[in-house]
Design a protein. Structure first.
Length: 241
């Protein structure tokens, strides 16, 4: 029974090795299915590129690869020109998902790279490399789903972190610096945020290093920020991710 199942899989793979109606349908189906799962993960976290964008990127890549294979097999064309153009276009498209917020934060880098990676998965599916497509998808899925938790843990335990700080008055900055030093924190850099001029607030981006051994051992970034948020002249404070 197992041998017959393996034989049927082998026949299917051989059948789809050439450019035929069945092989085209299967390659596109694999590209769409895998990219839709990545797109769902991104959409569930409300990122700029969602389900349809990821599906279309992978779909277009698969089509480009299929057309390249057909032209290379039936014409004098020797290079996958359409696939190269598709990847270049995806690179340009994915760069548009990178945004710069008023808090001097860069957002959308992960979504940008995920889009580009999904395009490569589409190319591999279009080439009929199903094992490569599934393995690459599994790796990308795991990176997007599980690594953020590890990354957050490592960042929260790091001796260095950056905050977005809103003070009620610019005269409060000296008091804030004094308080920080007493807590066992060192200010590595402090930058005034001009985007908030006219708001009535004095806004800064501040980079800290935790010098106190006790603070390193017992306090996370979140706990430090929660403690600082209780100071009356601080309007708002949060860690920049």
């Amino acid at each position: 029974m197992i041998n017959s199942f393996i034989d049927s899989i082998s026949k299917t793979v051989r059948l789809t090795a050439d450019i035929s109606l069945l092989s085209v349908a299967l390659r596109i189906a694999v590209a769409v299915l895998l990219s839709s799962m990545i797109g769902c993960e991104r959409a569930s976290k409300r990122h700029s590129a969602g389900l349809r964008t990821f599906i279309l990127v992978s779909f277009a890549s698969a089509i480009a690869m299929i057309m390249d294979l057909f032209l290379m097999n039936n014409t004098e064309m020797s290079l996958p020109v359409l696939s190269a153009f598709a990847i270049l276009s995806i690179s340009i498209l994915s760069s548009k998902t990178i945004l710069f917020s008023s808090r001097n934060q860069i957002k959308g880098l992960t979504t940008s790279v995920a889009l580009w990676s999904c395009g490569l998965i589409g190319l591999s599916a279009g080439a009929g490399l199903y094992i490569v497509s599934v393995v690459a998808f599994t790796a990308l899925w795991g990176i997007l789903l599980y690594l953020p938790k590890l990354e957050m843990y490592l960042k929260n335990r790091s001796n260095h972190f950056e905050i977005h700080l809103e003070l009620k008055n610019k005269e409060n900055l000296q008091d804030f610096v004094t308080t920080i030093r007493r807590l066992g924190l060192r200010i590595d850099d402090i930058e005034f945020n001009s985007a908030y001029i006219g708001s009535g607030l004095s806004v800064y981006s501040v980079i800290f290093t935790i010098d106190s051994k006790e603070l390193k051992k017992y306090k996370t970034h979140s706990e430090i920020i929660q403690a600082l948020a209780t100071i009356d002249y601080i309007y708002h404070i949060e860690e920049m991710r």
